[in-house]
Design a protein around this ligand. Structure first.
Ligand code: 2F8
Ligand code: CA
Length: 130
């Protein structure tokens, strides 16, 4: 399978880093079709791992359901918070999906963006525990 080259293992998950751009919901659908979902970041180590990918990517975080209430795609609330300074700001009152922005010196890299923006994305597949 040619896509296999794009999966990376880290901790107890596999991560698919896209090579094309999609709006947030289509990115999520792509992940689900791969037996995964958009990445959920719940540790500093995972945040650092994604930062090492050096790419602006959609993550599995949105406040579409209720403005200002950020939830991961599995329905869980935020535990770790790596928002960039001043974010989330719901700019133009229309930013409900979170993107991981590459290039900042700090670990605070998340920004909210309009969900209909096109971006790369990262899927996470949790390995079954044995
Ligand atoms: O200054 C941060 C701000 O930058 C942009 O708005 C001007 C981003 N929006 C887009 O790129 C569409 C905001 O999300 C961001 O908060
Ligand atoms: Ca923003």
């Amino acid at each position: 399978h040619s896509d296999l080259a794009s999966w990376k293992k880290f901790g107890s998950s596999h991560y698919y880093i896209s090579t094309e751009k999609k709006v947030w919901h289509y990115a999520r659908m792509d992940c689900r079709a791969r037996g995964a979902d958009l990445v959920i970041i719940n540790s500093r180590e995972e945040q650092e791992f994604i930062k090492r990918q050096d790419k602006n990517v959609w993550i599995g975080l949105s406040d579409e359901e209720e403005e200002g209430v950020w939830k991961w795609v599995d329905g869980s609330p935020l535990t770790t918070r790596y928002w960039s300074t001043g974010e989330p700001n719901n700019a133009d009152r229309g930013e409900d999906c979170a993107v991981f922005t590459d290039g900042s010196f700090t670990l605070q890299t998340w920004n909210d963006l309009p969900c209909f923006n096109g971006n790369f994305w990262i899927c996470e597949a949790t390995l079954p525990s044995s």
